[in-house]
Design a binder for this molecule. Structure first.
Ligand code: CAO
Length: 444
């Protein structure tokens, strides 16, 4: 007789009262290990709770609308040993399986929440058997503290219209948001009178978005935005309109650094060392010297962090994600290189868990492997600055007596002007350039 085992909600980044919006299995279903059991959704992220092992679902302990936290009991599953799993799972294989992606390194504990991107997941196609994989967490990586109070159908309705429920106050008892609340909000936006996603900044009173019949002018094709794009887009929009951004540009002479990097590459062929890990070390040194950059605004307070977790923007086929490398001050170049390779591979394979995108202090967006001379990165709130890195270029640099060819790395530091003054930003990038120009400064 096979053993009846519990499937529970895994670590969801400390979030509580997260609504169940969808049951993905029913009693009697055969499930494979890591197959989604239920979908949880906040206004920013959708997550599937995966089956921690293969088996037959004997009891479902949740229903749509329940609100859960880590450890909540999802189902009782009659576990099936791995050798029989393939045969049992075969009947459900007709459904396109979501790209379930629990890390192979953690089999003994409930698999982490699946975090990945979908090309065009809507609630409609979810229920029609062409379920798309769950969406990624947004760039800020965190579930909101407070999930807006609304029924699953209202959430679906709001999502279809692209309405962020966090911006609405519900008219029903207990502040519950109704379908009419969503409709009224949309009417106001169309009329130009409603608050837009400006965080605490209130309404921008913008003109309505231009409505153009593009087909009148030539052939067109509609391509739905991926969900990850929609989510990160909403975050980028909020950050862009609610943070007074200024971007400081500078250049670092990395001629010596590159020579050293190439030497390291020859000595250690197992791991690829790119300029980015030197930047991480230099940024940590600069954060130590200028602690207001390692901070977040909290009302009238600045929260200064004593740890050095650096977010790295990773370009994936479905959009941008920002996994976080932890404790970068205590790691060497090789260790950081291995972690960077692993975390960017996991990002591209849609295997990042929410915890891997939380707790960042400062972000780096490196387009250096691609090209460009400078850009204005958008701050990853609630951080207060982000460093953009463009492609290094050999340039003639005046050394006091002649022009010498030097490899110059363009730096673009966007900062929150509420927290950081222009002079501090100029000092920060100048110091970064100094450190990158002479790595011995990392020892000082
Ligand atoms: N100047 C010149 N060359 C650079 C460079 C720079 N600043 N930075 C990296 N390179 C080189 C690397 O050395 C490597 O060269 P080789 O293949 O010859 O050794 C090549 O470019 C590719 O590097 P990479 O991109 O694979 O590795 P990375 O460590 O520099 O970056 C990662 C890793 C994950 C950050 C990167 O792949 C990525 O996703 N970048 C995009 C980030 C992004 O989209 N930002 C925009 C956010 S705003 O929309």
């Amino acid at each position: 007789m096979a053993e009846l085992k519990e499937a529970r909600v895994p670590d969801i980044g400390g979030s509580k009262d997260v609504p169940v919006i969808e049951l993905l299995v029913k009693v009697g279903d055969a499930v494979k290990k890591d197959q989604g059991l239920v979908t949880l959704e906040s206004d920013k992220a959708t997550m599937e709770v995966p089956a921690p092992f293969a088996g037959i679902v004997r009891e479902l302990k949740l229903k749509v609308g329940d609100e859960v936290a880590e450890g909540a009991l999802v189902a009782m599953i009659e576990a099936i040993d791995a050798t029989t799993t393939a045969a049992v799972a075969a009947p459900v294989a007709e459904k396109p399986a979501a790209p379930i992606s629990a890390p192979a390194t953690a089999p003994a504990v409930p698999a982490p929440v699946v975090v990945s991107a979908a090309a065009s997941a809507t609630p409609a196609n979810v229920s029609s058997g062409t379920r798309s994989p769950p969406v990624a967490f947004a760039a800020d990586g965190l579930m909101p503290d407070k999930v807006p109070y609304a029924s699953p159908s209202v959430r679906v309705f709001a999502r279809e219209l692209g309405v962020d429920l966090a911006q609405l106050s519900g008219s029903e008892r207990g502040g519950r948001i109704s379908k009419e609340d969503v409709q009224n909000f949309v009417k106001k936006v169309i009329a130009g009178g409603a608050a837009t996603s400006a965080g605490n900044g209130g309404g921008l009173n913008l003109l309505p978005w231009p409505q153009v019949d593009f087909a009148k002018f030539g052939a067109i094709e509609l391509q739905p935005l991926s969900r990850i794009k929609k989510i990160s887009g909403a975050n980028l929009h909020r950050n862009w309109v609610s943070i007074p951004h200024v971007t400081q540009f500078d250049e670092a002479d990395i001629t010596e650094m590159e020579a050293f990097r190439k030497k390291l590459g020859e000595e250690q062929k197992d791991v690829k060392v790119t300029p980015l890990v030197f930047l991480i070390k230099a940024v940590v040194a600069a954060l130590k010297k200028y602690p207001q950059f390692n901070a977040s605004l909290d009302g009238d307070n600045l929260v200064l962090k004593k740890y050095f977790h650096i977010g790295i923007a990773v370009d994936t086929p479905d959009g941008l994600v920002v996994p976080v490398l932890r404790d970068c001050e205590s790691k060497g170049l090789f260790e950081l290189s291995s972690e960077l390779a692993a975390i960017s591979a996991r990002a591209r394979e849609k295997k990042l868990g929410p915890a891997e995108m939380q707790g960042g202090c400062f972000s780096i967006s490196s387009l250096g492997g691609i090209g460009g001379t400078a850009f204005t990165p958008i701050i990853n709130a609630p951080e207060v600055a982000i460093l953009g890195v463009s492609k290094s270029l050999t340039k003639p640099v005046w050394n006091g007596s002649e022009f010498a060819p030097r490899l110059m790395l363009p730096l673009s530091l966007s900062y929150d002007h509420r927290v950081i003054d222009g002079a501090a930003a100029a000092r920060f990038t100048a110091y970064l350039a100094q450190v990158l120009g002479d790595l011995r400064r990392l020892l000082v």
